[in-house]
Structure formats: C-alpha cells, structure tokens
Design a protein around this ligand. Structure first.
Ligand SMILES: O=C(O)CCC(=O)C(=O)O
Length: 319
C-alpha cells in the first residue's frame, strides 16, 4: 500500500476534526436554529486576509455583489407589475414547441362558414377541432358594431383611470412605431383617421373592471359550449389597410374566437413546419360581423387589413 500524500493527510485530519465537532454538537443537543447563528470568526478572518492580499479579487467580488443586487432589484420591480418574472422571447417559445400531430390539418381545405348553429352542435363538431370555423350570425345586437372606433378606445383609455395602468399587460406595436397605448391614443388626428402613416396595434385587457366595462358592448358568442369558460382577459386588434400581424404562432392557453367588429381582414394560416408537406396553407377573409374560431397555438397565422374601413377585432380564449 502506498503512503498517503501530505494533502491527503491534511484532508483526513480535517475530516476527523469536523466529525469531532459534529459529535460534540450531537452530545450538546443544540437546535439547528442556534447552530446557524454561530459566528465563524476564524473563517471570516481568513477570508479578510485573502481579500486584503488580492485587491483584484476584492474588486471583482464587490462588482459581482453589486450586479447581483441590481438584477434582484430589477426582478422584484418587474414582479410587482407582471405575472411572470421571466418572459421568454417569443422565438424561443416557437423553437421549443413540441411537434404537432399533422392529423390536425390533413384534409383541411379552408375555413367552414356556419350560421344558425347551436352551442351543442358547435361543441360536438367545431369548438375543440383544429379546423378554422367562421360563424356569420353571432354579432347581432352587439353595441360594439355601432360604438367601436378609434375615438371610442381613445376616450375609454385616455380619460379613465385604466389609461394610467394599461401598459402593465400585453401590447403589440407591430410596425407602427407606437410603443404604448398612451402613444397610440396620443397620435395626431390625421394618422388616427388613417390618412397619415399606417399603423396597426393589438393589446389585451388587464383589469377585471376594464374587461367588464368593454364587455357591456358585446356578448359572449351564443355558439360557445355552455361549459366553456373565459378568463377576464380580452384582446383588441385595431388598425388600417395594408397593416396586420406578421406570421407567428401563439402560446396561449386555449382556443380563441376573434370577432371582426369593423373592417375586413385577410387571414393566412400556415400548418406547423413539420406538417408543411401534408397540409395546405389556408387563406380567407373575415367580413365585418363574422367571428373566427381558430386554434392559434397550432396554426401559424398572419393577418392583413383589406382596403376600406379601419379594422377592429375583439377576441377571447375559451376552455
Ligand atoms: O387579429 C390580428 O390581426 C392578429 C391576431 C393574432 O395574431 C392572434 O390572435 O394571435
């Protein structure tokens, strides 16, 4: 057997000393809380000596501690206004999406148009199916059809207390260059009336009070399954011809309905990349008064507002 090296000897004696201390603690029956409060002056002193001898190490540790402190503070500030500490970039969500079963889109040739359906029929054939469906008669008697306009939302957010808090939730600027709802509702009249620089934006409601107030202008679509529930979050997309959402896939929780309150919008649905050879690319136009039901978590989608009126869409998820 070979002789133990000096460092091995040191290791052994340290181990023995630790074991002795542990035995002593055991015999004294000290509580963990008491032990954790004990000072370790020798270790502290040694640490100070090491740091005094290495000013570079000392500066590095100081900078590190400062940085960690700043990051923690930033996260804590973020926590108070957002639901999540980490928001993954949307591209990474798309990259790590599990592959789809292409039976979701094989044989789907376009969006089916329906009217005079029932919640029962809709649930049985359409509500949880990946094929897109357009219901043409579900917006009768909605006040939103007469009332919704750029000015309606400007007044809703500008004057109400929601205006000050609205940026806490989701907002999509697309190519508008408008970085917040405040900026949207501060644009000049010519741009707002679609005679200036084109724009298109989207946002979600943030607060129950805001959603409740908006919902007094539209109803839960009559065809949704009786048991289906929606969160207190609605989505609004608004903007002018030639504009829209770029091709993307969502990572929301559920299926959604999207009501075309004003204007006309072309939808392009692309199958997930792994199904490109098995499924068709779909294109259809949503007319004012029509509601689209589509699984935006599975179909990649892109929208373009068609010439004419401003496009205003309201939508929500349902389970
Ligand atoms: O309505 C639009 O223009 C975009 C809708 C959309 O991208 C979505 O619901 O994920």
């Amino acid at each position: 057997m070979s002789q133990p090296k000096p460092c091995e000897k040191k290791g052994k004696s340290a181990e023995l000393r630790v074991q002795k201390i542990l035995n002593k603690i055991e015999s004294l029956k000290l509580s963990n809380a008491y032990i954790s409060q004990l000072q370790l002056p020798k270790t502290e002193g040694r640490m100070k000596k090491v740091l005094n001898r290495n000013p570079k190490l000392y500066s590095f540790i100081t900078v590190l501690v400062l940085c960690v402190g700043m990051i923690v503070q930033w996260f804590m500030k973020d926590l108070s206004t957002k639901n999540c500490v980490f928001e993954l970039p949307s591209a990474s969500k798309t990259l790590f999406r599990p592959p789809e079963d292409c039976s979701m889109c094989i044989g789907v040739e376009g969006a089916v148009r329906l009217a005079n359906t029932s919640a029962q029929e809709f649930e049985q054939y359409y509500a949880y199916n990946a094929a897109p469906v357009i219901v043409t008669d579900a917006m009768n008697h909605w006040k939103a059809v007469q009332e919704f306009s750029f000015d309606f939302f400007a007044n809703f957010y500008r004057d109400g207390k929601m205006g000050k808090r609205i940026n806490d939730c989701f907002y999509f600027a697309y190519k508008s260059g408008l970085n917040s709802l405040q900026e949207v509702f501060s644009m000049d009249a010519a741009r707002a009336n679609l005679s200036g620089e084109p724009w298109y934006v989207g946002w979600s409601t943030c607060y129950s009070e805001e959603t409740r107030k908006l919902r007094s202008y539209y109803n839960r679509p009559y065809f949704l399954p009786k048991t289906a529930e929606s969160d207190m979050v609605d989505w609004i997309f608004m903007g002018g011809p030639g504009q829209g959402a770029h091709m993307h896939v969502d990572s929301v929780k559920h299926m959604s309905w999207q009501a075309q309150v004003r204007g006309r919008k072309r939808w392009e649905l692309a199958p997930p990349p792994e199904c490109l050879y098995a499924c068709r690319w779909l294109t259809f136009t949503l007319q004012p008064g029509e509601i689209l039901v589509v699984d935006t978590n599975r179909w990649y989608h892109k929208t373009t507002v068609l010439p004419g009126d401003i496009s205003i869409t309201i939508g929500a998820e349902y389970d």
